[in-house]
Design a protein around this ligand. Structure first.
Ligand code: SF4
Length: 420
């Protein structure tokens, strides 16, 4: 972002260095994507996606048709969902329950990889809350200490340590574990631990379309408008993802129909009508890394183990606010094209909780926490396999980049172990 557009921060690696790991992550998780279709803008790939996207349901078909006339390209989003039986898990059957959870296991989640690791000999200790990190005279990590739920303390030693808590817990632990040699926190000689936190905040809109659109056939998210994912405008304001939410509208329709005081057949008809015509959309915005968007340890609030809560200060910034003005115009235009009535748009930003940046990567140890292998600059045998290492947020979910970076860290760890 900094080299190309003069804003935000640069990664410590190039796209070409990461691309093989993206593919490895796609194979591991089982990602389907629009093989053979043109995506704007298109990231260069050496291999096709492991699986090809499933066909759209009626809602995505209609939406794509309508926005095409306005000049938008609505294309299938790659996602970790099986379009055919893959890795011992079944094909998606389109029940539209992907959030919060896929009941048949067609969608990937992290436990599948944990189970594979256990089968290879890994030991998982549940309910273990790490609270301190010991370092030696050369600042290598020698042990971590954790509490069980009864606050009994246990010590774990190793040659190599990997912290892969999320974007909140990873920086929190590093700050909490400050010791005599590292008084500002572990891996924090740069004072960047807990800073530069990012998400991709959204604006939502719902309305009733003039014609039935029948959201809800297939998975909850199948497509998105990709035209504004990149371009010279990013020097000025954030890139966006515009999305049609294919969530079945019956729940929202039912609540609205009940609030109208309807009963009997009239209630039934109104629920059907609203379910058929309901549309839900969103725009997500990339944010920039800013050191003031920051996590610190609370001085006043502690959890049941006596560990300070994290406290986060976060402002999406002018870069996002400027972009959001245009996002609202896009949304209005699309609602109008669908003959929208009862248009409701959120006046605030909704978080997506795909947290990046709190242990940011960089080439310079003075202003970053990890290098391009996710190795901490301060401790040669400590890796942070987390989205917090990402140097930019992008407009979409961070999972694939987190997984790709973590697999790359795995290669560095293997190389280290061969040299020990
Ligand atoms: S639609 Fe979603 S919940 Fe249903 S099978 Fe497919 S991935 Fe799972």
């Amino acid at each position: 972002m900094q080299s190309l557009y003069g804003v935000g921060r640069d990664y410590a690696i190039t796209y070409d260095e990461l691309e093989p790991y993206y593919y490895e992550a796609e194979l591991e998780m089982g990602v389907m994507g629009p093989n053979g279709e043109e995506i704007v803008p298109s990231a260069p790939r050496q291999h096709p996606w492991p699986m090809t996207s499933m066909p759209y349901g009626p809602g995505d078909r209609k939406f794509t048709e309508v926005v095409k006339k306005l000049g938008y390209d609505n294309t299938p989003v790659p996602q970790a969902r099986n379009s055919r039986p893959y890795d011992g898990r079944p094909q998606c059957c389109g029940n539209n329950n992907c959030m919060p959870i896929c009941p048949i296991g067609a969608m990937y989640h992290g436990a599948y990889s944990v189970w594979k690791a256990e089968a290879l000999g890994a030991k998982v200790i549940a309910n273990a809350v790490v609270y301190s990190i010991e370092t030696d005279a050369s600042n290598r990590v020698v042990a971590m200490n954790y509490y069980d739920p009864d606050k009994r303390s246990f010590r774990v030693t190793a040659k190599t340590f990997v912290i892969s808590g999320n974007g909140i817990e990873t920086p929190k632990l590093l700050l909490l574990a400050a010791n005599d040699r590292n008084p500002n926190g572990i891996a924090n000689s740069s004072d960047q631990v807990g800073r530069n936190m990012m998400d991709h905040p959204g604006i939502g809109m719902s309305f009733q379309s003039a014609e039935p659109i029948w959201s809800g056939g297939g998975s909850v998210q199948m497509s998105s408008i990709t035209n504004y994912r990149d371009g010279p405008f990013r020097a000025d304001y954030s890139a966006i993802q515009i999305g049609y939410n294919n969530t079945a509208q019956n729940s929202r329709a039912g609540m609205k129909a009940l609030s109208m005081g309807l009963v009997g057949r009239k209630l039934d008809e109104e629920i059907r009508r609203r379910t058929a015509h309901g549309v839900d959309m969103y725009v997500n915005h990339e944010t920039l890394a800013h050191p003031d968007n920051r996590l610190v340890l609370s001085k006043t609030h502690r959890d049941a183990l006596g560990i300070p809560h994290p406290e986060v200060t976060y402002d999406v910034g002018e870069y996002v606010r400027k972009s959001a003005k245009l996002s609202r115009e896009h949304l209005k235009r699309i609602a109008e094209a669908l003959g929208g009535t009862e248009i409701e748009m959120t006046s605030f930003f909704t978080p997506n909780n795909h947290i990046t940046g709190g242990t940011i990567m960089g080439l310079d140890p003075k202003d970053s926490v990890v290098d391009g292998w996710l190795r901490t600059h301060d401790h040669a045998n400590l890796f942070l396999a987390t989205g917090a290492a990402m140097a930019a947020a992008g407009t979409v979910n961070s999972t694939l980049t987190m997984a790709a970076l973590s697999l790359r860290a795995g290669d560095a760890i293997l190389r280290d172990l061969k040299h020990v």
